[in-house]
Design a binder for this molecule. Sequence first.
Ligand SMILES: [Mg+2]
Length: 121
Amino acid sequence: MNTTTLDCLIQQLVAFRDARDWKQFHNPKDLAAALSIEAAELQELFLWKQPDALDLDSPDKKERIEEEVADIASFLLLLCNELEIDLADALQNKIGKNADKYPADKVRGSSKKYDEYTHED
Ligand SMILES: [Mg+2]
């Protein structure tokens, strides 16, 4: 497993950005928009295809998916850097909140949103 840290990746992304004088374009609104656009590009790879026609074993398809995932991660990390959000802390906090919101013994096997099952117990 690659042991590169998020901080190391952020440093590389910032160096890439600064070498091109692109910080001027990287405000939170546009970084959030870019993140959403890259997520849409990932979805486009699956759009209108039946599950058996996705060709996920194809090296070319896998590479295209990896590139879009990397684009998403790049803009997420740049957004976190711009807003001084520690992604690892934010993610751990959210996992904790979700564990409270979705107790495993209560929601196991259900795809309902938390507010759809709280009245069933
Ligand atoms: Mg892309």
